[in-house]
Design a protein around this ligand. Structure first.
Ligand code: NCD
Length: 338
C-alpha cells in the first residue's frame, strides 16, 4: 500500500495492517536509542521543519526529539501569528519555501485538510501532526502500539478486545484516527461513550461497522467502562462554535480511582492522548489515578517517540541503516537503566 520512502503520512487511510506491523517493527528497534543505550547518526545533516500552527507540547517536542535521536537537526516555527501565514501567505507558497530548507516536515494546523494541501507544494515527506478535527495519524499509531503492548501484559491482543472511547468523540481527532486504524483488526467491541451532541461522526461509525466490529453508542459512563481499554479524551474546547457551548460539557465525564474501582474491570487500561484537563472543573482523569499501574498515559508518550522515529526512518529510507551509524554514549543517562 504505502512504500514509505519519500512519501507523506497524512492519514491513517494510507495504512493497511502490513504497513502498521512494519512501522511497529521499526519502532521497537528504536528502543535502545530512545533509552540512550546507544546513539545513532543516521540522519546526520538532515533537517526537520517542525511547523506547529496550533498549540502543542508533546507532539511537537516528540517529533523534534525523534529526529534528534536519529542524528538530525530541527528548525521550528510555532503559532500562526509568528509565521508568514499571518501575512496572507498560502500554504502552497510556505511549502515551496520550506522545501528549500528541510528534508522532512512535521506539521499541525487548525484546518482539516490543511496538511494535505501543504504537502501538494512540498518536495519532501510531510507527516501530519494533527489537522483540525480531522486526523492525527501518528497519535493513532502510538495509541495502537500502546494498546498492543498493554494487552500483551495480560495475555490479550487487539483482535477481540473491548475498547471504550470516552468524552468528546465529535471533535477529538485522535479517536477518529484510532477508530479507523482499528478497522484493520477483527471483532473489536466499541463502546462509544459521549454526551449527547458529542458522539462519533457517522462516517467513522460506518467505517467501524463495515469492518465488522460491534458498536454500542451510549451517553453515560456508568455501566459502560468495563472494557479492556478505556480511552478518555479532552473536551476540544477550541473547536466549539463558542466557549459557552464548550462549557456545557466541561467536567461531564471524570474518571477517578473510585470510579475506576466501581465501573472498570480489575485491569482495564486507562489511556488519554494528553493533555488531560486537570482544572478542578474538568479533572477528566483524576490525579489520584497516578499510582494506578494501569494508567498508561505516560507509556503512550514514550511509545510516541518510537513511532515518530520509525516514520522518519522509513520515509527517509534509512530504517535498515540505523545500527550501521551507531556510536557509544559516553554521558550519564538515567533513561538507560529504566
Ligand atoms: C491531542 C490533539 O492535539 O489532538 N493531543 C495530542 O496530540 N497528544 C488531544 C487533545 O488536544 O486533546
Amino acid at each position: 500500500m504505502l512504500s514509505f520512502q519519500g512519501e507523506n503520512i497524512l492519514s491513517v487511510n494510507q495504512l493497511d495492517r502490513d504497513c502498521i506491523e512494519r512501522i511497529f517493527t521499526v519502532a521497537k528497534n528504536m528502543e535502545p536509542y530512545a533509552k540512550k543505550q546507544k546513539c545513532t547518526k543516521v540522519l546526520d545533516g538532515a533537517i526537520l521543519a517542525n511547523l506547529f500552527f496550533e498549540p502543542s507540547t508533546r507532539t511537537r517536542v516528540s517529533f523534534g526529539t525523534a529526529f534528534n535521536l536519529l542524528g538530525g537537526g530541527v528548525r521550528e516555527t510555532t503559532g500562526m501569528q509568528s509565521s508568514a501565514l499571518a501575512k496572507g501567505e498560502s500554504l502552497y507558497d510556505t511549502a515551496r519555501v520550506i522545501s528549500a530548507y528541510a528534508d522532512a516536515v512535521a506539521m499541525r494546523h487548525p484546518d482539516a485538510g490543511s496538511v494535505a494541501e501543504f504537502s501538494s507544494g512540498c518536495d519532501v515527506p510531510v507527516i501530519n501532526g494533527g489537522d483540525g478535527a480531522n486526523e492525527h495519524p501518528t497519535q493513532a499509531l502510538l495509541d495502537l502500539l500502546t494498546i498492543e503492548r498493554e494487552l500483551t501484559r495480560f495475555g490479550g491482543n487487539i483482535d477481540g478486545m473491548h475498547i471504550a472511547l470516552v468524552g468528546d468523540l465529535r471533535y477529538g481527532r485522535t479517536v477518529h484516527s484510532l477508530s479507523k486504524l482499528l478497522c484493520h483488526y477483527k471483532n473489536v467491541k466499541f463502546s462509544m461513550v459521549a454526551p449527547d451532541g458529542l458522539q462519533m461522526p457517522d462516517s467513522i461509525l460506518s467505517a467501524v461497522e463495515d469492518a465488522g466490529h460491534q458498536i454500542k453508542l451510549v451517553n453515560q459512563m456508568q455501566g459502560n467502562l468495563a472494557a479492556d481499554i478505556v480511552y478518555q479524551t479532552r473536551i476540544q474546547e477550541e473547536r466549539f462554535p463558542s466557549q459557552e457551548e464548550a462549557n456545557k460539557y466541561r467536567g461531564g465525564f471524570r474518571i477517578s480511582q473510585s470510579i475506576y474501582n466501581t465501573h472498570c474491570k480489575p485491569n482495564s487500561v486507562l489511556m488519554h492522548p494528553l493533555p488531560r484537563d486537570s482544572r478542578i472543573e474538568a479533572n477528566e482523569l483524576d490525579n489520584d489515578l497516578n499510582a494506578n499501574d494501569n494508567l498508561a498515559i505516560f507509556r503512550q508518550v514514550q511509545n510516541g517517540v518510537l513511532i515518530r522515529m520509525a516514520l522518519f526512518a522509513l520515509t527517509l529510507g534509512v530504517e535498515n541503516k540505523v545500527q550501521q551509524y551507531e556510536v557509544d554514549v559516553p554521558w550519564f543517562s538515567r533513561k538507560r537503566d529504566s
